[in-house]
Design a protein around this ligand. Structure first.
Ligand code: CP
Length: 309
């Protein structure tokens, strides 16, 4: 049971909600390890994936999660009547009229989910809205960290890069702080948001070298080039010098620490080509593939809890 109908922002979730999501994901992970990776718990339920923005991981993972739970899922194509001038609310209401039990929505406008939720009587899961929130990403990140370290208490995490444009940063920081972890930001002044207080983080640094030797998790953000209407950083070379992860920096990471990234990676910007080409050798450090894997169990848990509330 969750305390909320819609999963829109990490801020809406209580500690108990987060524990329920994680614990349910543990049991679904066990299901995913079986030969028959499917349970009949949501037979007869219908879910719609409505992605107005591109996605590889989130959309596919929600779709597969629904199928593993035996629900029917329909993928809404963005090649729709929106192009003929239909409003987003009319589009969502039209889709809802086809008797859907749950809507999973991604949209480029920050805050649009609350607006949609006021007009719709079925639960909504936010698949990412503008620069605002991406709760399923933050939960799978937390799950991956907990899986590696077993306990969250006292962990130090550095979130590196394009903070101002990142919904992942906004969701991760709020969740990690809620769970008692220390969060430090590493960025440049032009990539930091004005609402820094919202992040409630412990420190801000300008170079990855300031933190690389002592943090438990180095979380690399994607440079959100599609949200940059102006140039946010002088050059890729400058970005690499202060904010990029390369093999030399990996070698200086604290023993037992890990590196994460939400994907998709801009190779050669936030993470070097050499690291990306050696992901197998670096699997004890790089958790990028594990994040994707855990996303399935977390999204099964979110769908299940949203539909059995
Ligand atoms: N991390 C993430 O949201 O990836 P996609 O854009 O591929 O869904």
């Amino acid at each position: 049971m969750l305390s909320v109908k819609n999963i829109i922002s990490i801020d809406d979730l209580s500690q108990k909600d987060i524990e329920s999501i994680i614990s349910r994901a543990d049991s679904f992970n066990e299901v995913l390890s079986r030969d028959l990776k499917k349970v009949p718990v949501l037979r007869g339920k219908t879910i719609m994936n409505i992605f107005f923005e591109p996605s590889t991981r989130t959309k596919t993972s929600f779709e597969l999660a629904a199928k593993r739970l035996s629900a029917d899922i329909v993928n809404f194509s963005s090649n729709s009547s929106l192009k003929k001038g239909e409003s987003i609310i009319d589009t969502v209401k039209t889709l809802r009229s086809m008797i859907m039990d749950l809507l999973i929505i991604r949209h480029s406008d920050s805050g649009v989910m609350d607006f949609i939720a006021r007009s719709i009587d079925v639960p909504i899961i936010n698949g990412g809205d503008g620069k605002h929130q991406h709760p399923s990403q933050a939960l799978l990140d937390l799950y991956t960290i907990r899986e590696h370290f077993k306990s969250l208490s006292g962990l130090k995490i550095a979130i590196v890069g394009d903070i101002v444009n990142s919904r992942v940063a906004r969701s991760d920081v709020r969740l990690f702080r809620k769970m008692g972890m220390d969060v430090e930001l590493v960025s440049a002044s032009m990539l930091l948001p004005e609402d820094l207080d919202y992040f409630d983080c412990n420190k801000v640094h300008n170079s990855i070298d300031d933190v690389i030797e002592y943090v438990d998790v180095i979380y690399m953000l994607r440079m959100q080039l599609e949200r940059q209407s102006r140039k946010f950083y002088p050059s890729i070379r400058e970005y690499n010098r202060y904010l990029g992860l390369n093999l030399e920096r990996i070698a200086r990471m604290k023993k037992g620490s890990i590196m994460m990234h939400p994907g998709p990676v801009n190779r050669g910007i936030e993470i070097s080509e050499e690291i990306m080409n050696r992901e197998k050798d670096l699997k004890d450090i790089s958790k990028i593939n594990q994040q994707v894997k855990n996303g399935l169990a977390i999204r099964m848990s979110l769908i299940y809890l949203a539909l059995t509330n």
